[in-house]
Design a protein around this ligand. Structure first.
Ligand code: NAD
Length: 448
């Protein structure tokens, strides 16, 4: 049997008890990304040309990169023709189920009541939310069809009440866009689909063109060209556009103990490993016996060989590791330091351990919760911080599509109560007009 002769698909083992913390963190480094300078050199001229040249420049890049030379208009406006959403009943049902769950979970994140607090008698501070008016959602399309990403970005935008939802995704070589994405765009009420990818799509949405609506915020994952373009336009004050977060290759960290099912553990590692050769998967093995470890390794190898994307898995597994740790506390410390995009807890009483999670994009609790449910249909968002950014960023959520606006409302007594503090601090900062804005009112009150 030829497959038996193939090189074993095996994650390197590291015994965390035998090496220093520094050595371990070196081993857990993410695969390095291409230098951002090299990427920027490619991206900046593209952004510049689209900013200046509009539709014509946008189209020419789509002709070049997507080979969609027959495309004559870069935008598909809603309402989208039914024939572009020709899908099987099964796919429609799956998209509808996922849509409903994502909607339910994100609608629950609404802050129904504006905040209102009296910080001192007569001094009322409030906060209310307003949707970001126009959002641009990038749905990657280079190597895969990703209707799930269209839902994960589009549904919260719809729930938040964003007035204009613009989707962008690279078209296929024949100029068409996958019907799943068109259907998702239709469900979330998108106003248009920009048929473009990469830096050119980002630039078109950031600056607007004759036919692409300029947006206020751009969200969504993408390759390094997309990410570099997002970072660049968000730094350009003339664009007036913000972005969600830096995105990098996907990753998972699985914590497994003696209770775990080797086949389940392996399947979770592989479902991340098939994303791309630059993805990383890590297994933290908590006090596992040699027998259990080998059972997991055998499962990884055997399941991987049966996957259509086995070659991608091979590439990913090369820089993925199994770390043997003594205790759950050790595992949680390492996991919190790594700050994984996805954290899977395949351990006894997993729900009791969630309290110890300090840094992670999204957590999957217990053996019946594979990451795939969160990727597609459970309701949680799958647009999550990678590359350790879970230390300071949240994944996409309803809050990503709104602004919080604060307000204050004082009575005359309120101004009397807080006025002396304001005047004193204004004096310290030597901002006399500030001080007088209070004084003039207090004098007026005294005269009454
Ligand atoms: P993509 O849509 O991000 O990029 C395709 C575009 O890249 C093309 O349209 C083209 O414009 C541009 N491009 C390609 N080669 C170029 C070159 N040499 N010069 C300039 N521009 C070039 O699709 P992709 O490439 O398949 O990447 C998808 C990415 O999204 C992957 O890295 C994947 O891991 C990531 N992803 C992440 C998540 C998440 O939630 N974290 C979800 C889905 C996908």
């Amino acid at each position: 049997d030829q497959t038996k002769n193939e090189e074993r698909i095996l994650m390197q083992r590291i015994d965390a008890t035998a090496i220093s913390e520094e050595e371990l963190s070196k081993q857990l480094q993410r695969p390095s990304q291409k230098s951002s300078d090299a990427i920027l050199k490619i991206v900046l001229p593209i952004v510049d040309e689209v900013r200046k040249g509009g539709d014509k420049a946008l189209l020419s890049y789509t002709h070049k990169f997507e080979k969609a030379t027959s495309l004559t208009s870069p935008v598909l406006k809603a309402p989208f023709p039914k024939e572009l959403m020709d899908l099987s009943e099964e796919t429609i049902r799956a998209i509808d189920t996922s849509f409903n769950n994502i909607k339910t979970f994100h609608a629950a994140q609404r802050e129904e009541k504006p905040l209102s607090v009296e910080t001192m008698p007569g001094v009322v501070c409030g906060r209310f939310t307003r949707p970001i008016e126009r959002v641009g959602l990038y749905v990657p399309g280079g190597t895969a069809v990703l209707p799930s990403t269209a839902l994960m970005l589009g549904v919260p935008a719809m729930v938040a009440g964003c007035e204009k939802i613009v989707l962008a995704s690279p078209p296929r070589a024949d100029g068409s866009i996958s019907p799943e994405i068109v259907y998702a765009a239709h469900k979330v009420g998108a106003e248009s689909i920009v048929l473009a990818g990469g830096a050119q799509a980002v630039a078109a949405m950031a600056y607007g063109t004759e036919s692409v609506t300029k947006v206020d915020k751009i969200l969504g994952p993408g390759n390094q060209f997309v990410t570099a373009a997002k970072m660049h336009v968000s730094n350009d004050t003339n664009a007036g556009v913000s972005i969600d977060m830096p995105a990098g290759p996907s990753e998972v960290l699985v914590i497994a103990d003696e209770d775990s099912n080797p086949a389940f553990v392996a399947s979770d590692l592989l479902s991340q490993a098939e994303h791309g050769v630059d993805s990383q998967v890590i297994l933290l093995a908590v006090g596992l016996t040699e027998e259990k470890l080998q059972a997991i390794e055998t499962q990884v190898h055997e399941q991987a060989l049966r996957l259509p994307r086995v070659d991608i898995v091979r590439g990913c597994i090369k820089h993925s590791v199994t770390v043997q740790v003594k205790s759950l506390d050790d595992a949680m410390r390492i996991s919190n330091e790594y700050a994984p995009e996805h954290l899977i807890l395949q351990i006894k009483d997993a729900d009791k351990v969630v309290d110890k999670v300090m840094n992670a994009g999204s957590v999957f609790i217990g053996e019946w919760t594979p990451e795939s449910v969160g990727d597609y249909s459970a309701g949680v968002n799958h647009s999550l911080p990678t590359y350790g950014f879970a230390k300071q960023y949240s994944g996409v959520n309803l809050g990503s599509f709104v602004k919080h606006i604060t307000c204050s409302n004082l009575t005359s007594d309120g101004l009397r109560n807080v006025g002396s503090a304001v005047m004193q601090l204004a004096k310290v900062e030597q901002l006399e007009a500030h001080r007088r804005a209070v004084e003039i009112r207090l004098n007026y009150l005294d005269m009454k």
